[in-house]
Design a protein around this ligand. Structure first.
Ligand code: MG
Length: 159
């Protein structure tokens, strides 16, 4: 049995915040604003996994009204999602994640981001795609007001 899911997320850029993408701190004058560490890429990935299994969304799993998730490490939230018995009976066939940001250039961090996800998900690197694109300076991403991420994931039921 296979399932497909997609996730999308946006966070606003602000000064005085760290920019964390796929758990990797990326040097940049601004970072993403949010209740957790605002790792927009990992949020899109978690929503794709939850979406594939019709298990709601991360807002339901980790409400931003709950102080427990204040400044939470999104990689830890990802591990918590994967450890849930409703999720752990499925294996990720592959995932394809796109980060939409005008700046900074993310290619220098690509392998580290993929490696980080591979470790958290216990998957080989060739099942994990992380891509980055700009919007040619159009829209909120282009104006560097925020960063968006979109993710598609294929899940296969474990034998
Ligand atoms: Mg989010």
């Amino acid at each position: 049995m296979i399932r497909i899911g997609q996730g999308y997320d946006v966070h606003k850029l602000a000064t005085g915040r760290k920019l964390i993408l796929c758990g990797v701190p990326v040097p940049h004058p601004t970072g993403l604003l949010g209740h957790s560490d605002a790792d927009v890429a990992v949020h899109a990935l978690m929503d794709a996994i939850l979406g594939a299994l019709a298990l709601g969304d991360i807002g339901q799993w980790f409400p931003d009204s709950d102080p427990a998730w204040k400044d939470a490490d999104s990689m830890k939230l990802l591990r918590a999602v994967m450890a849930d018995p409703r999720v752990s009976e499925w294996e990720i066939g592959n995932l394809d994640l796109t980060i939409i940001a005008q700046k900074p250039k993310l290619l220098p961090f690509n392998l580290e981001m993929r490696t980080n996800l591979a470790r958290a998900l216990d998957l080989p690197l060739d099942r994990i795609s992380v891509k980055a694109t700009t919007t040619e300076k159009l829209g909120f991403e282009g104006r560097e007001e925020g960063i968006a991420a979109s993710c598609v994931v294929l899940l296969e039921k474990q034998a």
